[in-house]
Structures are given as C-alpha cells and as structure tokens.
Design a protein. Structure first.
Length: 125
C-alpha cells in the first residue's frame, strides 16, 4: 500500500527539497531585513552628524561584535547558501527536458492558421 501511495504522489524528493529550501530562504530574508533594520549606523552619535570620526583610528571607532552583528553575519551566510542551492536546483531541473512548456502541453483542438493569400503583383504600366 505504501509503495502504491509513493508512486501516486506527485512530489518527488527534489520537489520537496526545493519547497523546503524556498520556505527557509523566505524566512531568512524576513529575519535578515528585521536584523538589519534594528541595527544603528556606525556614525549614529552626535559627532557623526557633523562629520566627526569619534576616534583617532583610521576607519573610525570599531567596537566588539554585538549580538545583532553576529545574527546579521549568520543570516547573510544562510541567505547565500539557500540562494546558491535554489539556483543549482533550478538549473538542474531546467535542463531535465529539451522541450518547451508549449510542446509538453499542447492545446487540444487547435488548428494551425491557414497561410495568408499572396498579394497580387503590381501591374506594369
């Protein structure tokens, strides 16, 4: 019974993986948007508004990595991995058949259009 049910199922393992990766990708996108919007800019203090660096270092003040910056790094890595995985799956599935969608699903009952009659040649004077 389970073998018959498995054969009748329309989802293959690749389709299930693609759906799961898409769901994870969308969740990571929302999380990344929220984490980035929660962070403050590097020059968010009053000195940054007037062009001050706030420190004597070459690239401005650099504190230790906060929880938000670590969450941003992890979510960016997950975003890149899911993006590359989805693109690999999409290109692998795209090359599975050499026919187009129109060739695989023809319209039933359609008749090709008749060729247009040739225009008569212009008369010579």
């Amino acid at each position: 019974m389970s073998l018959k049910r498995r054969q009748d199922a329309c989802y293959t393992d690749e389709v299930v993986i693609a759906i799961l990766l898409t769901v994870v990708h969308v969740l990571v996108c929302f999380f990344l948007i929220i984490v980035i919007l929660l962070q403050s800019g590097k020059a968010a203090d009053l000195a940054g508004a007037f062009g001050g660096m706030g420190s004597q270092t070459a690239f401005g003040p650099r504190g230790s990595a906060t929880l938000l910056s670590k969450a941003t790094t992890v979510s960016i890595v997950l975003f890149m991995l899911t993006s590359m995985s989805l693109s690999i799956i999409a290109t692998k599935n795209a090359g599975a058949s050499n026919s187009t969608i129109l060739e695989r699903h023809p319209v039933k009952g359609s008749v090709p259009a008749a060729p247009a009659p040739a225009a008569p040649a212009p008369a010579k004077k």
